[in-house]
Design a protein around this ligand. Sequence first.
Ligand code: HEC
Ligand code: HEC
Length: 399
Amino acid sequence: MKFARSIRPYSCALLLVTAGACGALLTEATPDADLLDVPLDGLSSTDLAAFARGDAEFSRPFSVREGLGPIFNDLSCAACHSGDGRGRPENVLTRIGTPADGFLASLGGPQIQSRAIPGASPEVVPVGVTLSLRLPPPVFGVGLIEAVPEAALLALADSADTNRDGISGRPNWVVPAAYVPGLSGARRIGRFGRKGQTATLLEQTVDAYHQDMGITTEQHPNDNLHPNDPASASDRANDPEIPSATVAAVVAYLRMLAPPAPGPETPDAVRGRALFTQAGCSACHVPTLTSGDAPIPALRGRTVTLYSDLLLHDMGPRLADARPDGSATGTEWKTPPLWGLRLMTRFLNGQAFLLHDGRARSIAEAIDWHGGEADRARTHWLGLSPADQRALLAFVGSR
Ligand code: HEC
Ligand code: HEC
């Protein structure tokens, strides 16, 4: 079954731009593939037009003629980020090595590109090295994530565990690339990626074009080549293969993509919310943060119901990938936001894939995998009555 989106002429976003109203014009229910493809409220008509442009670029599959490859993982952003939501196991990226040994670049690191254009060879997964599998996280709400002030995250950090709750969240400090406007050389809290290894959506986007699709940009003007395949000539498209306006459109689209609203507050979900706090889940999955300043007015000063502190936590040996990233260690992961869970199975053929590599097939399984700093919360969860466990799952599943 193919999930990749093509351009959708009846998408809500485009209708909003042309007609200013969406629900009124739709004659049938929104197709599942578009459920998460919704702009934030409060956007200007200019912003909405930009959203639609970026949406089309996010869905655009590249051809060899347009510069795909020479080595790559998939043809479009949307191919991996199904319907903008959580990815599927076949979209998992394989990362190798550690910063200490230069990501084993001679073996094709940091990321294995498992596909190649005609005439080039794909990279193969080397044996005997550390591998880390990464399932694509959802991309909705990332503009709000980017707009949360660093001070708010630092206020949640407790790296020495001074309050002795067994939980010591700490930021992944990273230095943004020199091309990021206004940030050159400054240390920033990473917010994106499974270990919070990337600080800005601009870097996340141009790295994805370069590493995942083999598309060059002004920021990465040289094609990513197979290190051990001299025959793997660069593709013939002129570099940069996409203009900066395309990159800007995709970044703007990501920033304006709204997080899905939670489901109805059923009695079970209300009870589950209290149990979530009692179990200590909210020590890491912090219910709300507030955004600060942002390039788009609709992103400023909003309550973000993230259920995350965006900080790193040692999650114990069972979840460890032994691969450091930025200042994150091989056992640390960034608390993932708990949102869109109520809709996730709609894109994935009724299935759910949770945690950094998609190993958990349900919310209960995801909780069972928690360890390290989350040991106490997991023990609390295991001690709940079946009815209380159901209520807690109803709450998390309503996000
Ligand atoms: C081959 C699959 C694949 C493709 C193609 C792809 N991504 Fe991703 N994306 C991922 C994976 C896997 C991660 C998590 C990486 C990690 O944690 O190291 C990710 C992470 C992200 C994130 C961070 C989300 C968060 O909250 O942490 C954003 C934003 C994103 N991708 C945008 C894009 C854009 C824009 C494109 C196209 C230019 C794209 N991706 C193409 C697989 C893909
Ligand atoms: C010490 C911090 C911490 C505590 C406490 C904690 N979590 Fe998590 N949670 C995380 C981290 C970090 C991950 C990601 C781990 C990974 O990807 O391997 C995660 C992942 C999850 C996921 C999967 C999300 C996804 O998108 O894949 C769910 C669901 C979840 N937690 C629910 C809970 C519940 C319910 C509790 C309380 C019983 C809880 N967590 C307690 C840090 C925590």
